[in-house]
Design a protein around this ligand. Structure first.
Ligand code: 13P
Length: 241
């Protein structure tokens, strides 16, 4: 059985106070959430400490949004694996398209970060996905296959989550058709050595499309941006039918 992983990616949103307020409304909504669904919040670094305390012994896991490839060193503005595990982080997003697009992340640095995450017993969530231009040119399959090949060099696929996030669907309200997301995720799975790696869909996941997305046989969860910022909306997603 493949694991179901529903993750909120808060990006650069929420102060500590806002994070605490979110939990007060969100946690009571999880009373009837099926046990086997892994629920996690990938928060900004500054909110991790306070979330970790509040989430201790709860069913919600904590995730970060980046990790450096070295264990320590002169890397201003970066964060190490042990800094994350010390505050109770279990998952880390690696290679998000916003990191690739705005901060010069390459397949080589993504690969280094994946290896570092695993060295620290964090489960990385590797993001892959094509731009609109690449899709229109018919390059989706080639792009994704190439990303996977380069990003996963020597990565242990037993401790990995992958998120298929078509860039044109992120923050646009323009969700990828569920059946098309299912097709691409099937393609991703066919490239893996370990077939039960959980593969999420991400890109304008909302309360009104999550049921259809999760009904697809290849899709094992969601990586949710905007709709994870509001407790009721993320709770509806986590409690998909
Ligand atoms: P949205 O859900 O806001 O489209 O963001 C998706 C995303 O980038 C999650 O990592």
């Amino acid at each position: 059985m493949r694991k179901i992983v529903i993750a909120g990616n808060w990006k650069m949103f929420k102060t500590q106070r806002e994070a605490s307020e979110f939990l007060q409304k969100f946690m009571p909504e999880l009373e009837n959430t099926p046990e086997e669904r892994e629920v996690l919040l990938c928060a900004p670094f500054t909110a991790l400490g306070i979330l970790s305390k509040s989430l201790h012994n709860s069913r919600v896991q904590l995730g970060a949004q980046n990790v450096h490839w070295e264990d320590e060193g002169a890397y201003t503005g970066e964060i190490s694996g042990s800094m994350l595990t010390e505050v109770g982080v279990r998952y880390v997003i690696v290679g998000h398209s916003e990191r690739r697009q705005y901060f010069g992340e390459t397949d080589e640095t993504v690969n280094q970060r994946l290896l570092a995450a695993q060295r620290h017993s964090l489960t990385p969530i590797l993001c892959v996905g094509e731009t609109k231009q690449q899709r229109d040119a018919g390059d989706t399959e080639l792009l994704i296959t190439t990303q996977l090949k380069k990003d996963l060099v020597e990565v242990d696929q037993q401790n990995l989550v992958i998120a298929y996030e078509p860039i044109w669907a992120i923050g646009t309200g323009d969700t990828c058709e569920a059946t098309e997301a299912n097709r691409v995720i099937g393609l991703i799975r066919s490239q893996l050595k370990v077939p039960d790696v959980p593969i999420q869909y991400g890109g304008s996941v909302k309360p009104n499309n999550i049921d259809e997305i999760m009904a697809q046989p290849e899709i094992d969860g969601a990586l949710v941006g905007g709709a994870s910022l509001e407790p009721a909306s993320f709770a509806r997603i986590v409690n998909y039918q």
